[in-house]
Unconditional design. Structure first.
Length: 202
């Protein structure tokens, strides 16, 4: 099961997986492994893709950069943008004002979304349906995501993690049992890249 089933519903999603489990391959694809990649699926449907990070991530250096002042004129394609963690609220506010018809991926989101979701990101999520925006937050572990994020997620894609979803059990209204079961299936699978999708039905 793949997060590709969830696309184009203006959904708020999270991907959880430790390093080396294939999260980046899942997004970007790999021709040698015959993986199309989630990004290409969005581009094929005439939607833009924006990778947001706090540093020049080596895994995305084949994707061209876009500067904040260029966002208002951005028409198509996949770009990446990175700013310091303390600049992220201003960037998110700008994205909320200027970006439409887009998949937004927050890589290593724990670096700028700590104990609570920032108000600028809350606004971005609130406007997602009106602006045809899907949002993906990427985390290494369940415990790194803000507690309040779990009440906004429509879908969760689980790769192998170092912690258990039990660390956020109280923040998962109505879907913890399904998520825990899916996580156990992922962790017991022999493939290091096996992953599974959970619909929270929120």
């Amino acid at each position: 099961m793949s997060l590709q089933l969830a696309q184009n519903f203006n959904s708020i999603c999270a991907i959880f997986g430790k390093r080396g489990t294939g999260k980046t391959l899942y997004l970007k694809g790999d021709r040698s492994l015959n993986l199309k990649g989630f990004i290409k699926t969005y581009l094929g449907k005439a939607m833009k893709v924006l990778i947001v990070d706090t540093f020049d991530h080596p895994s995305y250096r084949d994707i061209p950069q876009i500067r904040p002042e260029q966002l208002s004129k951005w028409k198509s394609g996949c770009y990446r943008i990175f700013v310091r963690a303390d600049q992220m609220p201003a960037l998110c506010a700008l994205i909320s004002e200027t970006v439409w018809n887009c998949l937004i991926v927050f890589e290593d989101a724990h670096k700028h979304q700590y104990n609570r979701i920032d108000r600028s990101v809350m606004r971005l999520m609130g406007d997602s349906k009106q602006k045809n925006v899907d949002i993906i937050f990427m985390y290494h572990n369940f415990g790194l995501a803000p507690k309040d994020l779990y009440r906004y997620l429509d879908y969760i894609e689980i790769f192998k993690t170092k912690d258990s979803p039990e660390v956020r059990k109280d923040e998962m209204p109505g879907y913890y049992d399904e998520l825990k079961s899916a996580w156990e299936e992922v962790m017991s699978n022999k493939s290091p890249y096996f992953h599974k999708l959970v619909n929270t039905n929120l």
